[in-house]
Write a protein that binds this ligand. Structure first.
Ligand code: NDP
Length: 451
């Protein structure tokens, strides 16, 4: 049996209940068979076996007091997956669905994504099953402080540098950083996504959404296409979705959908910049529901359905799909509906938003398909730029950071295409992203011996 199959079996056997983690591992390993054949030195050094095991996985108790004076207890995680090419780096997610399986899948993806950025960052991820929805600012602050009360001993600017993810935006990063600074008595670049007044980088909030659209534009360019006058479906209405919409508008496309976990809005007239500002205000300041968009702009709203179900059920035509909400949001049926309705390009702002069946359908139908670890790497790349600015004690201008982001996204796109070509699958971005990310990490692991 090949080493790749052996390792996949081992993961299934060792972590039988960790479905998303298994899915992420299999999706990567399936494309690495030719790497194992071409690089027997990786096989001999046990790189495949080692890369699927986190360096360490920390689980901790997070006790805090709610506004009524009741003691609440949540579970906290930090999975430090791989630091072969730089300090552990990856976001923190606060969502009721968070468990060790979810954090391991995200941490595993992060290793290869970070390697693709060309910046020296290893892979990690963290989070908690805390649900920020419906919590007061005071409750969120006390929770973040309790979370950091344990996390601080595991992180540091040269060790592990967390950032935001679902449920962790500017407000939460402020509370987390403030508490770290207090108990460590140091002001260092230990987190990214910080506010501009205390060490953050311009363009970091925009970076994942902008980067996803830059990546999609690069894919379209290979077919002499662009965003102009294209109908675009975006899912989610959080950080990634908001700035993906902004960038699509700048590039002349028309976004017609958004959603949150309760409902999907379809706005055939297009979500222009004013409407996008409304979504930002609604979600980031008032923390309201997306159905309020439908009330304000008198559009249709489908309760209890995600964007991809609505597109399938209503037969809505879109040219480009940007899933920017959560994992496994696009299933096989939805992918088939996208194909049937004329979609030519899918670029993933979210992590692993397409099921394996959906990916097979994109590939069988020759869609331009940019997997999350390549298409959404702009966020962590700009976190890397924030780390550089913190080390240099300098702040770059908006134009400078945006330009570096664009250059990085173009370079990721090229690395994917080059690796896919070198391994005999031209145009296969899944294979290209996995091989380009993996080989960089594998070479570093090989250099270190068995550690
Ligand atoms: P946010 O919390 O800002 O937004 C998430 C959005 O997705 C919200 O609108 C949320 O709705 C919606 N959502 C969550 N779960 C579901 C669901 N089950 N069905 C429908 N909608 C859902 O998170 P981000 O925008 O930061 O993250 C979105 C995705 O992008 C995640 O996969 C994340 O891992 C990935 N990502 C984020 C990066 C970043 O820099 N922030 C970097 C790279 C990837 P509601 O408001 O109801 O919660």
């Amino acid at each position: 049996m090949s080493v790749v199959k052996e390792v996949m079996d081992r993961v299934r056997r060792m972590d039988p209940d960790q479905h998303e983690f298994q899915q992420a591992v299999i999706e990567v390993l399936e494309t690495l068979e030719p790497v194992a054949q071409r690089h027997p030195e990786f096989v001999k050094a046990g790189i495949f076996e080692r890369v699927v095991e986190p360096e360490r996985a920390i689980q901790f108790r997070v006790p805090w007091v709610d506004d009524k004076g009741n003691v609440q207890v949540n579970r906290g995680f930090r999975v430090q997956f791989n630091n072969a090419i730089g300090p552990f780096k990856g976001g923190i997610r606060f969502h009721p669905s968070v468990n060790l399986n979810i954090i391991k899948f995200l941490g595993f993806e992060q290793i290869f994504k970070n390697a693709l950025t060309t910046l020296p960052m290893g892979g990690g991820k963290g989070g908690s099953d805390f649900d920020p929805k419906g919590k007061s600012d005071g409750e969120t602050m006390r929770f973040c402080q309790a979370f950091m009360r344990e996390l601080f001993r595991h992180i540091g600017p040269e060790t592990d540098v967390p950032a935001g993810d679902i449920g962790v935006g500017g407000r939460e990063i402020g509370y987390l950083f403030g508490y770290y600074k207090k108990i460590r008595n140091e002001h260092t670049g230990v987190l990214t996504g910080k506010g501009l007044d205390y060490g953050g980088s311009l363009i970091r909030p925009e970076a994942t959404g902008y980067g996803t659209v830059y990546f999609a534009a690069e894919m379209l360019k290979t077919k002499n296409l662009d965003f102009k006058n294209k109908l675009v479906a975006v899912s989610g209405s959080g950080n990634v979705a908001q700035f993906a919409i902004e960038k699509v508008n700048q590039m002349g496309g028309k976004v017609i959908t958004v959603c949150d976990s309760n409902a999907t809005v379809v706005d055939e007239t297009g979500i222009d910049n004013d409407k996008c500002c409304f979504i930002q205000e609604l979600k980031n300041t008032h923390r309201g529901r997306i159905s309020e968009y439908a009330d304000k702009y008198k559009t249709v709203c489908y309760e209890g359905k995600n964007v991809w179900d609505v597109i399938r059920e209503q037969g809505i035509k879109v040219d480009i799909a940007l899933p920017c909400a959560t994992q496994n949001e696009v299933n096989g049926q939805n992918a088939q509906a996208l194909v049937d309705n004329g979609c030519i390009c899918v670029a993933e702002g979210a992590n692993m938003p397409s099921t394996p069946e959906a990916i097979r359908i994109y590939q069988q139908n020759k869609l331009l398909y940019g997997p999350g670890k390549a298409a959404n790497a702009g966020g962590v790349a700009t976190s890397g730029l924030e780390m550089s600015q913190n080390s240099l004690k300098l702040s770059w201008t908006r134009e400078e950071v945006d330009n570096r982001l664009l250059i990085i996204m173009k370079s990721i796109h090229k690395s994917c295409l080059d690796a896919a070509e070198a391994y005999g699958k031209p145009g296969d971005y899944v294979m290209g992203a996995n091989i380009a990310g993996f080989t960089k990490v594998a070479r570093a692991m090989l250099a270190f011996g068995v550690v």
